[in-house]
Design a protein around this ligand. Structure first.
Ligand SMILES: [Zn+2]
Length: 289
């Protein structure tokens, strides 16, 4: 990629002073309402498993997660990236909002961070309760795990860049899983598939040009994340055809493994005093009238 041409006449005399403006956090984390993690952890302690779904390689599956339950996603056999979509159960119009989650919590999420729903709802759909890869932090390349920066691999970008049709990208896997879960026609279901949480994926932006990169996931058999469902959820998980995403994706070349989704429901009374969050209270007037 050629360096952008810069006309010396366009560089203002105070260019460095302008660049030296102090960065300001757009959404200071201390302004976010904090989840009661201790309560969630206590409830998780007495929970029992009520569902287990194996997601085969290069495919996707759906599971319903009642509010107050925990969705556990586990690498059971080997390193594998998963692409997660979340909907409010029974209403596909409320779905995970990757972009706002990134703005509120950063490019990668871990324990205590929340997965927010789209406008006009904007409420936490889930809270990350446990993450066996929390130790990873930031690596020397600026990479981290569980990102909300990638969108999902899809056959349109594959067609654009590779010139071929591939039907097992995460976008297509999620579409098939939504068709199976809802009975919607393919074209209608596809329109509901959205930007994902990249579970177990290790990604970042290059320091020099800010380009999106991936590297082999540090996840191994036994690694997991657990999400506390703040509202009734329909969760879809795709096992990315990139496997650990250490080389490529959008093909059958990478070694892929299944992922396991489990639902754990708390004992009765374990969440006394807790209630699912309400949608945003904004009156939706938008300044009209
Ligand atoms: Zn993928």
């Amino acid at each position: 990629m050629p360096a952008p041409r810069i006309d010396p006449d366009q560089v203002p005399a105070d260019a460095e002073a302008r660049r030296a403006a102090a960065p300001v956090l757009v959404y200071p984390p201390q302004t976010l309402p904090a989840p009661d993690l201790a309560l969630y952890v206590r409830a998780r302690g007495g929970a029992r498993r009520t569902a287990q779904v194996v997601v085969p390689p290069r495919d996707a599956r759906a599971v319903e997660v009642p509010a107050g339950s925990v969705l556990r996603i586990e690498c059971r056999e080997g390193s594998q990236v998963g692409d997660l979509n979340l909907f409010r159960a029974g209403d596909l119009s409320e779905r995970f909002f990757s972009g706002k989650t990134r703005a509120l919590h950063g490019t990668h999420v871990s324990v205590g961070d929340r997965l927010w729903s789209c406008l006009p709802y904007l409420r936490p759909m889930a809270t990350i309760l446990a993450d066996s890869l929390a130790w990873y932090g930031r690596d020397a390349d600026g990479g981290g795990v569980h990102d909300v920066i990638g969108t999902r691999c899809d056959p349109y970008t594959q067609r654009l860049l590779g010139g071929t049709d591939y039907h097992h990208c995460c976008h297509s896997n999620l579409t098939r899983a939504l068709v199976a879960a809802t009975g919607l026609p393919v074209a209608e279901a596809e329109a509901h598939v959205h930007d994902v949480l990249n579970v177990f994926m290790c990604t970042g932006f290059t320091a020099d040009e800010g380009r999106y990169f991936m590297k082999a996931s540090p996840a191994r058999a036994g690694d997991f994340v657990e999400l506390f469902a703040e509202i009734d959820l329909l969760a879809l998980l795709s096992t990315c055809p990139g496997g650990d995403c250490g080389s490529g994706h959008s093909s059958d070349e990478a070694v892929c493994h299944p992922l396991v989704m489990e639902v754990w429901e708390p004992e009765g009374g374990a969440l006394d005093g807790w209630a699912p969050p309400e949608p945003s209270g904004y009156d939706r007037g938008h300044g009209i009238g």
